[in-house]
Design a protein around this ligand. Sequence first.
Ligand code: GLU
Length: 319
Amino acid sequence: MSGIKGRFAPTPSGNMHIGNAFCYLLAWLSARSQGGKLVLRFEDCDLMRMRPEAVAQTFSDLRWLGLDWDEGPADEKRGGPYFQSCRTEIYEKYFDELRARGAVYPCFCSRQDVRLAAAPHPGEGGAVYPGTCRALRDDEIAARAKRRPPAWRLRLEDEEIVFTDALCGEQRCAIARERGDFPIRRSDGVFCYQFTTALDDALMGVSEVVRSRDLLDSTPWQIYVQRLFGFSPPRFLHIPMILDEEGRRMAKRDFALSLREIRRFYSPEEVLGQLGWLAGLRDSYRPCTLPELLSGFSWERLPSDDIVLPRELFARCAE
Ligand code: GLU
């Protein structure tokens, strides 16, 4: 076994869709082709958005495809250390360290305040937080805290984050100027995705992150968090997204293309054949086995652009 460790990091807010399955298959193939291991971690910090039945469905879908893992919840009941909702004490410890270092500050802005005050962020449709609460005095903080609990933002140093994505090439982001101080904890106490994912990847020893390209923009934030604590960032591979015929990305709400639905009409080998073909690993989308995909695995033929799902794939679901 090599020292490589990949991961599956599903958010159990709905059913796994074909884009998730594509991503987990590639993460699995990449890790296993290097003799590496995999971690399964459920990203369920925001419990209000989670659907408890989605956890069992995710276990079942991964196993049905034959994708196994070496570390994860010990059984299929909640309560393992691989559910983020059970890791709050760990996040608290790192958060307290940042507070002690003066690296975070309370922010009382509502979403609307941020939108109104923010400079538009070119290219991303988002907004750069203008630093409204960055320099509040202690008495101002105390007065505001009486009215509403604050969120907490990281006080970013003006530095450029540079990293090389193994599929997308070199990326550069002057994080403070281009993104602005970002929240790591919401006003209801829930820790934010960028913080928990960055910490968990580091703490769980993940050395390879294969995930969908819509998360490429999150990576500079996560690298920033990891460096704050002296962790080395993993290797990143941001894969193309699977789009429907109208060019929309798959979402958990697209019931028809959930694995749960696909499983009613297709065998695992048929699904693997179609996903393998989309990944450039097969010349046709005829059924194949996981060992067949593994023996021919290479990143070389993965399309570089997002992939529009041809109508004939998974067509039985639409009948
Ligand atoms: N939990 C995220 C999702 O299911 C993935 C996060 C990540 O891969 O970093 O969309």
